[in-house]
Structure formats: C-alpha cells, structure tokens
Design a protein around this ligand. Structure first.
Ligand SMILES: *Cc1c(COP(=O)(O)O)cnc(C)c1O
Length: 389
C-alpha cells in the first residue's frame, strides 16, 4: 500500500495494512504462501520481476513492506533469523574495523561478534551505553558500527537513542538499534536518527513462538543495497511459510504489545512490593534509572522484565525458576505465553562469567517474558512461588 508511507497512518492501521495488497491472481485477501523456488520467464530476462526464490519471493516482499511501514523505513529486508540479519550487517565491515556494542545485550550477538567475526579481524568493545561519557571514551577512529540495544537484555537499561545517533554520525560510524524488545509499536529508532533497525522477528513480531526470522529496516539506500546483495549472495533467506506466519503475527502486533505492556507493568509493581524480591528491572517503574528517557523514546514499556530475590543464592532463584506453573521455563521471549528464564545459564551463557558480572548481570537474575494471559493469574502464579521460597 503506497498510501501508508505517504499519509501518516496510525500504527494499528499500518500493522494491518502496510505493504498489503490482495493477491493479483485471485484476490485472496491474505498474501498466499508462494511456495516456489523459481519463476517462469517468457523470454530470457523477460519476467514479472521475480527470477529465483533466494533473491525474491512475493510472500517475503509483503512481509518486508509491512515491517518497513511500521518502522517508517524506505526498505525492509528479511533474513532467516535475527542473528542472520546481524551477521549480514557485520559482514559489511572490514578487518580492523571496530564495533562498539552494549555490554548488556542478547548473548548471541556477543557470540557472533566475538567468536565468529573476531578471528576475521573485527575488533569490538562491549560497554555500558546508558552512559554517554562511557560511549565517548570508547569511540575509536576505527569504530565503524555502534550496536545499540534498548531496553537492554536482560537488565532493561535504557540507552538514549537520539544522543547515540548523533555521536555515531559525528564519528562516521553507522548506528543500529536492535529493536526486538520494544518493536516498532513502542519505539521507532529511525525517527530518532539511527541508520538501521534490526529485529529478531522470532520474538514479538511473529509473536506465537512458532517461527524463526530476522529483519533489517532502513531508509539508507546504500545499506539496503548492500544487504540485498548479501541476501542474494550469502542466502540467509526465510522460507515463504515462515514469512506468511510472521506476517500473520504483525497484523496483531499493536494489540499484543499493549497487553504485554499492561501486564508487565502490573507485574513489575507487584514484584517491587513483594518482601522476597530485591531489585526489579523494568523501564516502566519510576525507580528505574532509565525511566525518564524511556518515557521520551517509548510509547509504553514492553513485556520484558527481570528481577533479583532478596536472598541472592542461586539455589533460591532456581526454586522460583522451576516452581511457576503459568510461566514456562524456556529461552526466547515475545510470544503470547509467559516465559521465565535464567540468563546466566540459558540466554546469556555464551558471555564469559566475569564479563557478565562486570556488566551487572547477577548469577541469580531471573528474567521473565510476560505473556498476554490474564494478569491476575500471572501474579497469583508468581506470588505462590515467591511466598514459598
Ligand atoms: C532472539 C534475539 C536475537 C536473535 O534472533 P534469532 O531470531 O533468535 O536469531 C537478537 N536480538 C535480540 C534482542 C533477541 O532477543
């Protein structure tokens, strides 16, 4: 829908309509799963814009246009996973280039930058990006990429996107926000001046814990061209069925994010008032150091939070982790069902323990992805287990 990018439509309208057209062949209202590897040509080079399934696929194009619409971007480019999207961006760097990244971030991003790209000569530092001074001190002449997560995973720190976008521009580095936690419904980083937004669409965008995918949105033509070249040349593409499922997810994203945020806010307040609970990390809490910045750059505070118990022994945290009934112990986040996770041994195990601790990630931290169930049931579940430890 060309209309969507020209007139300022609301996010709910964009979620349902951006980039969507009835199927030209049948009028099917939902873009079909174009399960094909190749496309017939009338004569060599004479075709309908589709030549080979790795390069383009109509189901993928519909998803890309939808995500671009939501992020207010000119281009959306989909990948087979979030890490494949990250991989494509880093592949555009050269040996000796330096990445400055948040020290509280998705463990797989750390692993990719250090263990996969380190041996190819990509330098990196992981720092506390909620402090602008720290960012300034760690910028190098060779810094070519600033990798931002906000809210950070799992400590929900808030990074000032606008300030970092300016710093990046001044220092000649490209800036990327991993917007997986917030989604475009709650936060649109391109409006704050960053060059690219990255998503693990596996999480909130897909939303139903049934598909893996990734995406980059940007209005920078050069970057879009580089990434499309990598889609074609390196081939980390999502299948048509995966794109269909993800597109089905995006259409309810605004409704789900609202519920995730409401539930998480109530749960954060409940946890903060519980005698057995120590620090609660949630940007929606006025006690959170990033709360004011979060209010400026987010429309609501999302469904992710983490907390420590007053009793900081790991055994006690383990009792909570395996004692809930509605919160299922599992990696991942952003689905309709509530999950509970132990970052130190699960999602963030690939970050060395000393670096994890230096970043403030306590060994007994508990992370929850709050689902869209009835919040009273979720609170009762947590209350039951907390009262018992
Ligand atoms: C899950 C996740 C990723 C990686 O995405 P995959 O789809 O699992 O490859 C990247 N960033 C964040 C914040 C994530 O939560």
């Amino acid at each position: 829908m060309a209309m969507a990018s020209e007139i300022k439509l609301g996010l709910g309208t964009l979620a349902v309509h951006a980039g969507q057209q009835p199927d030209p062949a049948t009028g099917a209202i939902m873009t079909p799963v174009y399960q094909t590897s190749t496309y017939v040509q009338e004569a060599p080079g004479v075709n309908k814009g589709y030549e080979y399934g790795r390069v383009t696929n109509p189901t993928r194009s519909a998803l890309e246009a939808n995500l671009a619409g939501l992020e207010g971007a000119k281009h959306g480019i989909c990948f087979s996973s979030g890490v494949a999207a990250t991989d494509a961006i880093i592949k555009c760097l050269k040996p000796g280039d330096h990445i400055l990244a948040s020290n509280d971030l998705y463990g797989g991003t750390y692993r990719l930058i250090r263990q996969v790209f380190g041996p190819f000569g990509i330098e990196s530092d992981f720092i506390d990006m909620s402090s602008l001074d720290t960012v300034r001190k760690n910028l190098k002449v060779s810094t070519k990429l600033i990798w931002i997560e906000t809210p950070t995973n799992p400590l929900c720190k808030i990074v000032d996107i606008k300030a970092l976008a300016i710093l990046a521009r001044e220092s000649g580095a490209v800036s990327v926000v991993d917007n997986t936690y917030a989604t475009p419904i709650l936060q649109r980083p391109l409006e704050h001046g960053v060059d690219m937004v990255l998503h693990s669409t596996t999480k909130y965008i897909g939303g139903h814990s049934d598909v893996i995918g990734g995406a980059v949105c940007t209005s920078n033509d050069d970057w879009a061209e580089r990434l499309r070249f990598l889609v074609k040349s390196a081939g980390a593409v999502p299948g048509p069925m995966d794109c269909f499922l993800t597109l089905r997810g995006t259409k309810t994203l605004h409704v789900r994010m609202q519920r995730h945020s409401e539930n998480a806010s109530e749960i954060a307040t409940f946890l903060e008032s519980h005698a057995k609970v120590g620090t609660v990390y949630y940007p929606g809490l006025p006690s959170n150091p990033g709360h004011e910045t979060a209010k400026e750059q987010m429309d609501a505070f999302g469904g992710m939070l983490s907390f420590l118990l007053v009793d900081e022994r790991i055994e006690t945290a383990m009792k909570v982790l395996s004692g809930t009934e509605l919160f299922t112990l599992a990696e991942s986040l952003g689905g309709v069902e509530s999950l509970i996770n132990h970052p130190a041994t699960m999602t963030h195990a690939s970050i060395p323990a000393d670096e994890r601790r230096a970043a403030g990630l306590h060994d007994s931290l508990i992370r929850v992805s709050v689902g869209i169930e009835d919040v009273d049931d979720l609170i009762n579940d947590l209350k039951g287990v907390l009262d018992s430890v």
